[in-house]
Ligand binder design. Structure first.
Ligand code: SF4
Length: 119
C-alpha cells in the first residue's frame, strides 16, 4: 500500500515536470517579442527602442497626428512604409525591409517620422 502511494506521488511529480518543460518549450518557440516574417527576418516591434525613437507603428492609422503632424490631413494619410523611399520590401508583401531598421522588417502599412516620398 505504501509503495503504491509513493508510485502515485512519483507519477504526479513526473507529469508536472513534463508539463512544465512543455510550457517552457512552447514559450521559447512562440515569443511575442520574436515574431518572424516570411523571409526569416524578425518583424519590428513597436516597443523596440529605435522604433519608439522614430514613432514607428505597424498600423499607420494609429499614429498620433498631434505628435506627428507630418502625417495629418489627406496627404499625410497617404504616407505608408510601402511608399517610403527607405522601404525595400516586395510590392504587395505585408512586411518588408527598411534601410533604417537593419535585420528587421517593417509592416507595409506602417509608418515612422522618417518617412520620405519615393523619388
Ligand atoms: S523609414 Fe519609411 S519604411 Fe522605414 S519605418 Fe519609417 S516610414 Fe517605414
Amino acid at each position: 500500500m505504501k509503495t503504491q502511494i509513493i508510485d502515485l506521488k512519483r507519477r504526479n511529480i513526473l507529469k508536472q515536470s513534463l508539463f512544465g518543460l512543455s510550457a517552457v518549450a512552447a514559450a521559447a518557440i512562440v515569443s511575442p517579442k520574436q515574431v518572424f516574417a516570411e523571409d526569416g527576418l524578425p518583424k519590428l516591434v513597436e516597443d523596440d527602442p529605435m522604433a519608439i525613437g522614430v514613432g514607428y507603428k505597424n498600423d499607420a492609422t494609429q499614429i498620433d497626428i498631434v505628435k506627428y503632424p507630418k502625417r495629418a490631413g489627406e496627404e499625410g494619410a497617404k504616407q505608408l512604409c510601402e511608399n517610403c523611399a527607405l522601404y525595400t520590401g516586395e510590392k504587395d508583401a505585408e512586411w518588408g525591409k527598411c534601410t533604417i531598421f537593419a535585420g528587421k522588417q517593417v509592416n507595409a502599412k506602417g509608418w515612422c517620422s522618417v518617412w520620405a516620398p519615393k523619388a
